[in-house]
Design a protein around this ligand. Structure first.
Ligand SMILES: NC(=O)c1ccc[n+]([C@@H]2O[C@H](COP(=O)([O-])OP(=O)(O)OC[C@H]3O[C@@H](n4cnc5c(N)ncnc54)[C@H](OP(=O)(O)O)[C@@H]3O)[C@@H](O)[C@H]2O)c1
Length: 333
């Protein structure tokens, strides 16, 4: 079977595609014939050894896949050959096959195709957990989403609306803001790219205040970090919740703590991967809610482009260069 391999840490160009032996499922495991593999920002980081998980070399990137169960190992109880499933793997997904514990699988509803299924769980799971469990967002509150046309950002826009919030989308281009509005955002603005000087940071805070009638945003969803975090936090409402989701801009912001005192606000960490194992029951409740929102058409995953497995490096470079909107997926078969 073909697999995209990271044999040395580096940029996407260092990835190679090779034929490797098919893996064999062990006790409690299944062999999955992969149909689609989502491209997520952590894939860009993991191949450079910049992510919190550091697999041994060589490995395939790709944290979530969809496919068909091709073989089951001894002791497998929940799934059978032929089942269509989503697989959460962390890495190993940019390949034609993968072996996974059956606990890492979720059935795909009949109305969901493989491409959508591969791109569903991490983005909606993260944003749902963030808004529901971490921010405890309330109907009528204002939600500001940074990187609002990205993977987790666009999911936050849709889920924020579904939870009754007024959503403001912030992104680096008019086109991205328009995409977020097409997915439900009530308002939006463009922020500058590159490092932001003091005047640009001040202008960003003022813009958020202007769009919230001077009150500031009740909840801020931040998957971007860098120079955008502090001006956003300076425009948070009294008792606001600032969700730390990721650092796509590269730099981890260092925030003056007095801002939390002045705003009576909370800075709240979000780690969906840990939540899925540490709080299993709450995660399963969330999954059921997300699947019913999908069935009802309340959330509509936006896959803007698919690539062949051979073009994995191009997909990762597009993501790293901010050229991606919504989700992009490797169409493996
Ligand atoms: N905490 C968790 O549990 C969790 C779970 C999943 C993902 N994450 C994190 O969330 C972040 C976003 O992931 P994603 O898969 O949604 O990525 P994505 O689709 O690439 O979205 C990230 C957004 O960040 C913005 N951005 C700003 N500066 C950037 C830069 N220098 N390079 C690339 N993007 C930049 C881009 O929007 P603009 O161009 O509009 O600024 C882009 O749309 C990542 O840091 C990821 O590790 C965290």
């Amino acid at each position: 079977m073909k697999a995209v391999l990271c044999k040395e840490h580096g940029l996407p160009e260092t990835l190679v595609i090779e034929d490797v032996a098919s893996p064999e499922p062990g006790e409690g495991q299944v062999l999955l014939e992969i149909h689609a593999a989502a491209v997520n920002f952590p894939d860009v980081l993991i191949i450079q050894n910049l992510y919190q998980f550091k697999p041994d070399l060589p490995f395939s990137p790709g944290g979530e896949v969809s496919g068909r169960v091709a073989k089951v190992g001894p002791g497998v109880k929940q799934v059978k050959v032929g089942d269509r499933v989503i697989g959460s793997c962390g890495w190993g997904g940019y390949a034609e096959e993968i072996v996974l514990d059956e606990a890492k699988l979720l059935p795909i509803p009949d109305s969901m195709d493989y491409v959508t299924a591969s791109a569903f769980l991490m983005t909606y799971g993260t944003s749902h957990h963030a808004l529901k469990n971490r921010a405890e967002i309330q109907p009528g509150e204002t939600l500001l989403v940074l990187g609002a046309a990205g993977g987790v950002g666009l999911a936050a826009v849709e889920l924020g609306k579904a939870m009754g919030a007024r959503v403001i989308a912030a992104a680096s281009t008019e086109e991205k803001v328009a995409t977020a509005k097409a997915h439900g955002a009530d308002d939006g603005f463009v922020y500058p790219t590159g490092s932001l000087d003091r005047a640009q940071q001040k202008a960003m805070s003022e813009k958020i205040k202007e769009l919230t009638g001077g009150k500031g945003a009740d909840v801020i969803y931040d998957p971007v970090g860098g120079d955008y975090a502090e001006p956003a936090l300076r425009a948070i409402a009294w008792k606001g919740r600032y969700l730390v989701v990721g650092f796509a801009a590269g730099d981890i912001p260092k925030i003056p703590l007095n801002l939390t005192l002045l705003k009576g606000c909370q800075i709240v960490g979000v780690f969906w991967g840990a939540f899925t194992t540490v709080e299993r029951a709450a995660h399963e409740e969330n999954l059921a809610e997300l699947m019913s929102m999908f069935a009802a058409g309340t959330i509509k995953p936006h896959v803007s482009k698919t690539y062949a497995l051979e073009d994995a490096a191009t997909a990762l470079n597009d993501m790293a260069a901010r050229r991606v909107q919504g989700k992009v997926v490797l169409n493996v078969r």
